[in-house]
Design a protein around this ligand. Structure first.
Ligand SMILES: NC(=O)c1ccc[n+]([C@@H]2O[C@H](COP(=O)([O-])OP(=O)(O)OC[C@H]3O[C@@H](n4cnc5c(N)ncnc54)[C@H](OP(=O)(O)O)[C@@H]3O)[C@@H](O)[C@H]2O)c1
Length: 335
């Protein structure tokens, strides 16, 4: 296996605007365990092995450390136009989106973002490292009018040229239907949890049918996720016998099978790693031999509907369960 991948050989997906996003990006959320300095070092080194796409967010608390890495990457000869940088507005900034974006730009040392997302459709936040049953007394339900007021600020950012495209994250079909109905500038991408044990087929199809690019987070099943995002019912993609068997046939780690499944299905995947061996292998997944159609069908059949990032810290009422965040009966959960 080569230890450098030509960035031009990495496939891209095209947004409605024509912009091209590389199908593998480096995640930058340290799950409250990996330090910002380690992640910033991984960003710099990942560019040297061929990464051009970085998935950032203000809440990850490390954009000010990643910024100098991006500056060094560009000083080393990679033009800004070859990079793809995503960031996201955090839940406590829904009323100050322009200010939040300007701060991310300063921290990332950029003058525009390729993609800016509303991180969650709820204005509810939690302190870093909080307990799984943390409840914010000011938490609220999804209020469509309030979301659209936030979206209006996203649209202004695009008109100001500070962001090239805007998108959603952690939305459901009923929410996305309303957003698509009412947005003046439509979302061009939706970031959502997707891995073989949580395929979200219906939402994935709704997203692609409406011309949005689906970006899959936790694409290998987030083995390092924070304690608050673990329950005894969670399944482990990388231990699934079908995934293990395909990995053995290809002579790769099961993580790579998860990534290949996502890419071949039509997603952009954003695996996190700070280990060169792993992030290199993850990018390699986009350019090495594909898994077969028969294997894709086998993988389609191992869906366990196992959501890992349940978001329970965003619940707004005592006694609710996390399903309330995800509109499981097809309707937006009322306040
Ligand atoms: N929009 C949202 O709300 C949202 C939510 C969650 C995540 N995200 C984004 O999605 C990114 C990825 O999600 P994630 O971090 O939850 O999960 P993930 O990418 O599924 O899993 C990351 C974990 O897998 C390990 N790993 C990575 N590559 C590997 C390989 N080739 N072989 C073996 N182990 C490997 C990493 O450990 P090592 O470091 O040891 O390799 C790390 O512990 C985040 O960093 C973030 O950018 C977005």
């Amino acid at each position: 296996m080569s230890d450098v991948i030509d960035p031009k050989s990495v496939p891209t997906r095209t947004l409605k605007s024509g912009a091209k996003i590389p199908v593998v990006g480096l995640g930058t959320f340290g799950s409250d365990a990996v330090t910002g300095d380690q992640i910033a070092a991984a960003v710099l080194d990942a560019a040297s092995v061929g990464y051009r796409h970085f998935d950032c967010a203000s809440v990850y608390g490390n954009e000010h450390l990643i910024g100098p890495s991006l500056t060094k990457i560009m000083a080393g000869g990679v033009p800004r136009s070859d990079l793809w940088v995503t960031s996201k507005v955090w839940n406590d900034q829904h009323k100050e989106v322009e200010k939040a974006c300007e701060k991310s730009l300063r921290d990332l040392q950029l003058d525009y973002l390729d993609l800016y997302l509303v991180h969650w459709p709820f204005p509810n936040f939690h302190p870093p490292g909080c307990a799984p049953d943390y409840h914010n007394p000011d938490a609220k339900a999804y209020i469509h009018e309030e979301y659209m007021a936030t979206w209006g600020q996203m649209e202004r950012l695009q008109e100001r040229g500070l962001v090239r495209a805007i998108g959603t994250s952690n939305v459901t079909i009923p929410k996305l239907k309303l957003i698509l109905r009412d947005a003046r500038i439509k979302p061009e991408a939706n970031e959502m949890e997707m891995h073989p044990h949580f395929q979200q087929k219906e939402l994935f199809e709704f997203v692609t049918d409406n011309g949005l690019v689906p970006i899959g987070y936790s694409p290998i099943g987030s083995p390092g996720r924070p304690e608050r995002d673990r329950t005894p019912e969670d399944t482990v993609d990388m231990e699934d016998p079908v995934i293990v068997r395909i990995a053995e046939r290809l002579g790769v780690h099961p993580a790579i099978v998860c990534l290949k499944w996502g890419i071949q299905r039509g997603e952009v995947v954003i695996p996190f790693s700070v280990k060169r061996r792993n992030y290199l292998a993850n990018l390699q997944a986009a350019v090495s031999a594909p898994i077969t159609d028969a294997e894709m069908q086998e993988l389609a059949a191992i869906d366990k509907n196992c959501r890992l990032i349940k978001g329970q810290v965003f619940l707004w009422k005592e006694g609710q369960t996390w399903e309330a965040l995800w509109d499981v009966d097809g309707k937006i959960t009322p306040p």
